[in-house]
Ligand binder design. Structure first.
Ligand code: ACO
Length: 369
């Protein structure tokens, strides 16, 4: 028996062809393609195709999830009831996915052939924006919008959220964010999805487990908190004192620091550039405050490079694109659902249950009675 380090840190527990993160180089990729470059050059459907079918269009036919975004009446009923209750968007998402799987009679992945598994993967990831946007509108007293199969995934998500067809700049910005967050190494939710899938369980169940893992504050993050911080600081000149006060109290500065990246978080670089393209006062303010916070963190921990992470500039980009603040973290599920389903397909093809052991550290067992 080998004893794994706490939190499984530094331990390789699976093999994947889907992508990897190189923290020291500030780089991550999907199937060998620089992910930040994909986010600048390719749309979400193309990257979705890469992760599910193994190659970029035109090498393989591009996926067309548009018609798959619609929900049947029995599922709409479930989504509508949960949306109008006290729960949040992720409660509705989990309920909606399970209701859809039950309505369309999907069984355990072990009993489904590769074509059926692939179909489950695309169908269940395709409805994530529909469920989340419907939740948002119903829970804030607005009429829901039906999906439009002719729009791109990013454009339709934004339209279903805000109610009208958004402008191209907003769609492009959200699409970049979505492409850049499809996958990111063997994080907690991806690992969770693969553990459940390794038992041969169903696609929706594996995704719901992953959504639950992502919902935890230590994983899903809270870009909305980064935005609140920018607003609270209000002026770059006030940033250093604001940060010092929080650090002295042992508090974390949201949107800064990363467990893996030491030079730069390439997602922050991409989204800073995206925010600058959108322009405006908020971008100027965020930029000025970012420099001051980085300087304050460097003074506080000299030699320990604490970088701006994805959440800081994601918050600014999503705000400028018109995504409601309460939907910042759920928007992460729109893209990561694609990553999880690709990992679930890969895990099921391994066909071996993940079943580690635990060291018993309680009192010695007594004599058997
Ligand atoms: N604010 C205050 N202290 C920080 C921050 C921060 N933003 N980032 C790192 N530190 C501290 C760590 O607590 C650690 O302190 P210690 O030496 O006293 O234990 C020290 O700096 C070095 O930390 P690292 O090893 O570089 O990073 P670690 O893996 O411990 O933490 C984490 C990474 C959890 C992301 C941390 O940076 C953090 O809490 N950031 C703020 C929250 C945030 O922005 N989360 C989103 C992350 S991105 C994502 O998950 C998608």
């Amino acid at each position: 028996m080998l004893e794994a380090p706490s939190g499984l840190k530094g331990l390789i527990v699976a093999r994947t062809q889907l992508g990897a993160v190189r923290g020291r180089q500030g780089y991550f990729h999907y199937r060998g393609h620089d992910a930040a470059r994909l986010a600048r050059a390719r749309n979400l459907e193309e990257v979705w195709t890469l992760q599910i079918d193994g190659a970029l269009p035109p090498e393989v036919e591009v996926l067309a999830p548009g018609p798959m975004r619609a929900l049947p009446p029995s599922v709409l009923e479930v989504v509508d009831i949960v949306s109008q209750g006290p729960g949040g968007p992720l409660d509705t998402l989990r309920s909606g996915l399970l209701a859809l799987a039950a309505a369309e009679d999907r069984g355990p992945l072990l009993d489904r052939d590769p074509d059926q598994r692939r179909h489950d993967a695309i169908r269940l990831a395709a409805v994530v924006p529909t469920i989340l946007a419907r939740h948002h509108r119903l829970s804030t007293g607005m009429d829901p919008r039906e999906p439009d199969p002719n729009l791109s995934h990013a454009a339709d998500y934004l339209r279903m959220l805000v109610g009208d067809v958004p402008d191209d700049a907003a769609v492009d910005a959200v699409q970049r964010y979505l492409v850049a967050t499809v996958d990111h190494g063997f994080n907690a939710s991806t690992f969770t999805a693969r553990v459940v899938a390794s038992t041969g369980a169903d696609m929706a169940g594996s995704m719901v487990a992953a959504i639950s893992a992502l919902s935890g504050p230590l994983h899903g993050g809270a870009p909305s908190r980064a935005l609140t911080m920018i607003e609270e600081i209000g002026d770059p000149a006030a940033a250093r004192d604001w940060v010092r006060l929080r650090l002295e109290k042992g508090q974390k500065i949201m949107g800064f620091g990363h467990a893996v990246y030491r030079t730069t978080d390439p997602r922050a670089v991409l989204l800073r550039e995206t925010a600058q393209e959108l322009g405006g006062d908020l971008v100027e303010l965020a930029s000025g405050i970012e420099s001051e916070i980085l300087a304050a963190l460097a003074e506080w921990r000299p030699g320990r490079r604490i970088v701006t992470n994805v959440e800081y500039w994601a918050a600014v980009v999503l705000e400028l694109a018109g995504v409601p603040r309460a939907m910042f973290t759920p928007t992460f599920d729109v893209s990561r659902a694609i990553g999880w389903t690709a990992h679930i397909l890969e895990e099921v093809s391994v066909g071996r249950i993940i079943r580690p052991s635990a060291r018993y550290v309680g009192p010695e067992p007594g004599p058997s009675t």
